[in-house]
Design a protein around this ligand. Structure first.
Ligand code: SAM
Length: 183
């Protein structure tokens, strides 16, 4: 375990299970899939990358930073998750900022990644915003209030003007869907 994760668990022991779950192999595979498809598309570096429903950002952000040298803004409605992200995982990183934000109330621009689509109603975006969306059909989890059954359904929910990529990743109990597109 890296030192930042050790510190996070020591300072927030009641979050230990949640922090450990953020490193689940499925979480890592989904984030690696996202980065692989973004690299395949070869889109230009955006002015800023927003991450909606970011959780701790601990898996996604290091992968993103290997590809893009730009500012990354983490948004989560959970104040403690943001405190952990800000004070522990990214305390010495001037390119990463974390803010308590209800992503459903925010209007995104430039580029937004939402790997928590199943947790919230569709987010708003300015026309031209590049978005990377992940959701799933795992309805057995109480917090999953907005599951979908296909990447096409996810793209329709977000009313995209252009879709660059749609795909699915099967796990034993559910399927994860991804859409890369433009508002
Ligand atoms: C379990 S986590 C992330 C799961 C996701 N599958 C992933 O891989 O990143 C879901 C996160 O969404 C956040 N969340 C839920 N509703 C939100 C909202 N309206 N605005 C911002 N964050 C929200 C939760 O606080 C939580 O940190």
């Amino acid at each position: 375990m890296d030192t930042k994760t050790q510190t996070a668990i020591k300072k927030f022991p009641h979050r230990a299970v949640d922090i450990a779950q953020s490193y689940d192999i499925k979480q890592i595979k989904c984030k690696q899939w996202l980065i692989k498809e973004l690299i395949n598309l070869g889109l230009p570096t955006p002015k800023r990358i927003y991450v909606a429903g970011s959780w701790y950002g601990n898996v996604l952000v290091p992968l993103l930073k290997d590809v893009y040298q730009t500012h990354i803004k983490l948004h989560d409605i959970d104040e403690e998750a943001i405190r952990i992200a800000r004070n522990i995982f990214f305390d010495d990183d001037m390119y990463v900022k974390a803010e308590v934000t209800d992503s459903v109330d925010f209007e995104y621009k430039h580029m937004v990644i939402n790997c928590s689509c199943e947790h919230m109603e569709p987010i708003k975006m300015r026309p031209g915003t590049l978005c990377i969306l992940q959701s799933n059909n795992y309805r057995e989890v109480d917090d999953h209030i907005n599951c979908v059954d296909s990447p096409q359904e996810l793209a329709r929910q977000y009313e995209l003007s252009h879709t660059y990529y749609t795909g699915s990743l099967d796990f034993p109990t559910y399927t994860r869907f991804m859409v890369i597109g433009k508002k």
